[in-house]
Design a protein. Structure first.
Length: 249
């Protein structure tokens, strides 16, 4: 693996002041749900500030709020209070359509269950984010060439016409990774990307993830229960009691 890790990143439970070189800022993000037994608090004043090129892993017990935080950072869920900004933009200030376009343009997601479209080929799946992009941002044959190049990078150039059902679990996750990167996102969010894989496939996907990240200098945040996957990251956090706690190396 190559590429220099950024020198600075930080979390806190207080507020943050914005820095010019920081592209993802979560400031005092809290999340609670109203339940019949009162408010259920999941996240409490989580603050996180990451520069381009940062890579972090988040671990923590089931139900501790890891996915909740990841979805808020990716504007798939809204915080009860606090704010998120990516490259200075506030995704929660946008209407639904603009927010979807923002996610499509700037954020890549990889989920545990790959979420590939079953009726589409691998190549079509990887291209799908470009098809819903605004016309002005589509590049036709160039998009296809990039999709093919990405699929080659993840070792799937001989599976382009396969449907997802015709792929192994590890191959599906590699296709999902290529799809997440097709629009060159600034932020790549992965929720248990190796959770369904055997150790060998998990290692392959994890190494690919880090290689692609190092080459592209996205901000990479991976939520995982796997100590093996988390161990590949230079910076690790534990989600506990609704807050993020940085783990010593
Ligand atoms: N709509 C909802 N209403 C009430 N509680 C919810 C709702 N959605 C999620 N929760 C609760 O939020 C908590 C955090 O869920 P989350 O999915 O973020 O956990 P997690 O850390 O990702 O767990 P896992 O490791 O099992 O994936 C859980 O206890 C869950 O029950
Ligand atoms: Mg989860």
């Amino acid at each position: 693996m190559s590429g220099a890790w950024p020198k600075a990143w930080k979390t806190s439970t207080g507020g943050l002041s914005e820095r010019a070189d920081t592209v993802l800022i979560a400031d005092r993000v809290s999340k609670s749900y109203a339940t019949p037994r009162g408010d259920l608090r999941i996240l409490t004043d989580v603050s996180l500030s990451l520069e381009r090129g940062a890579a972090i892993a988040i671990m923590g017990p089931s139900g501790s709020g890891k996915s909740t935080l990841l979805y808020i950072l990716g504007a798939l869920d809204t915080p009860s209070s606090g704010s998120v900004s990516l490259d200075g933009a506030d995704p929660f200030g946008l209407d639904e359509a603009a927010q979807a376009a923002f996610r499509n343009r700037h954020i890549g997601f990889v989920f545990q269950d790959h979420s590939l479209l079953p009726q589409c080929s691998v190549l079509e799946n990887v291209l799908s984010p470009t098809l819903v992009a605004p016309a002005a941002e589509r590049a036709g044959r160039e998009d296809e060439a990039r999709a093919r190049a990405l699929l080659e990078q993840v070792g799937l150039c001989d599976r382009l016409e396969h449907r997802p059902a015709e792929l192994s679990g590890g191959e599906k996750q590699r296709a999902a990774l290529a799809r997440a990167l097709i629009r060159n996102p600034v932020l790549l969010l992965c929720d248990e990307p190796t959770g369904n894989l055997d150790r060998g496939s998990a290692d392959t996907v994890a190494d690919l993830l880090l290689e692609l990240h190092a080459a592209r200098q996205t901000i990479l945040i991976v939520v995982t229960h796997s100590a093996a996957l988390a161990g590949k990251f230079p910076v690790r956090y534990e989600m506990t009691g609704g807050t993020l706690v940085r783990q010593e190396a």
